[in-house]
Design a protein around this ligand. Sequence first.
Ligand code: AMP
Length: 403
Amino acid sequence: MKALIVNCGSSSVKYTLFEMESEKKAAWGLIERVGLPEAFYKRRDINSEEKQEAVKVANHTEAVELIIRELLDKNRGIISDVSEIFVVGHRIVHGGDKFSKSVLVTDKVKEGLKECFSIAPLHTPAHYAGIVAVEKMLPGIPSVLVFDTAFHQTMPDYAYMYALPYEFYEKDRIRRYGFHGTSHNYVSQRAATLLCKPLSELKLITAHLGNGSSITAIENGKVIDTSMGFTPLQGVVMGTRCGDIDPAITTYLIEQYPQYKDAKTLNDLMNNKSGLAGVSGLSADMRDILKAVSEGDKKAELAFNMLVYSIKKYISAYYGVLNGADALIFTAGIGENSALVREAVCKNLSSLGIEINVEKNKERSSEERVISTDNSRVKVLVIPTNEELMIARESRKVIENDN
Ligand code: AMP
C-alpha cells in the first residue's frame, strides 16, 4: 500500500513515495527549474543510488507526468502496478479560509482551489496543474489536498484579524492565515508522544526555523496564534524575507523611489532581497552567516543578532499568550541543525523557565531529543520535521474516513 506525495512549488516538483505499512520512503526526488532550459531531475529509490539528469519540461503538468512515468517504468521504476498506489497527497500552500482541513479532490474542491489563485498566485496554479496531471496519469486513484494553512484555522478572530477597515476582510479575505501548518502540526504531535501527555493537556511553542521561519502558539492541539500572516512575509527575520517591519516603510519607499511604485518590485525587495541576505549583503544561508560571524564580519553578526532577537520576541509573546508553556520545540533546517541559534535564542529566557543544557544542545544528532536542563520548567525539544510523512498520514486518514 503506497502513498505518493506531490509538492508542486512555484518552479519545482518534489515527490515522495511511502510504503504506508512501515511509513518508510520507497522513492523520492524532484524536478527543479520547471519551464527553464536548465531544468534537472534528481531521484532516488530504495533499490538504487541517486541519479541526476537534465530534462525538458515545459510546465508542471509535464514534470508530474514525467515523474509518474518513471515511477511506473518497467525497467527503471519502483511501482510494478498502478493499483499499488492507494492515494496521492498534494501539498497545497494556501487554502485561504475556504479549507480548514485536508480534503478529497472532487470537481467542487478543484473549483474552490481555483478561487485561491489570487491569494497565492505563484503556487496555486502550479498545485492545480499537478492535481490535473495526476488525475490524467493515475485515473481512479483518489487525490487528497493537505493545506499549509489548515492547521492555523483554529486561531481566534482577534488573533487573525488585522485592524484595517472591516470591509477588506469581507471583500478580500485579508486576515492572518499562517503557514508551515503541516510542520507545526507534525512536531506538536511528536512532542506529545515524547512528553507522554495528550495534546489536549499541552501548551506548546513550535519554532519552524528554516529559510522561511514561523513560530506558533498551540494550546490543547489548537493554534492560538502564529507569526506568519496574510502571506509568509510577516513574522521573524528570515533568509531573504524582512519579517515584521513598520508598514509605513512601504508607502515611504513608493513615494521616494520610482521603481517601487511597481508592486512586483517592492514585493521582490521584501521577499527575496531582505532578511539575512539583505542585512549581511552576503548570503541568505545561515551556514554562510555563521562562518562570516566567526571571521568577524560585523554585518553578518548584526543579521544573526536580529534574527535571534526576533525569534526571542515571538517566543516570549506566545509564552504570555498561552499563560505558560510545557515545551518549546525547534525544527527545520536551522532549528534542527544550529546549536548556536538555539543557544542564542534560549539565552536569558530563564525567567520564563526556559533553560537549555549547553552540552546536550551541542550534540549533533538527527534524532528527536530533549536539550533542556532537568530543572527547566519548559522542556526544550529538537524534533526533525517530516512534512511529507504528515501529508501521507493525513491523506490516509481522509481516505479511511471517506470509506
Ligand atoms: P530549510 O528551509 O528548512 O531547508 O532550512 C534551510 C536553512 O537551514 C538554511 O539557512 C541553512 O543554512 C540552515 N542550515 C542547514 N544546516 C545547518 C547547519 N548545520 N547549521 C546552521 N544552519 C543550517
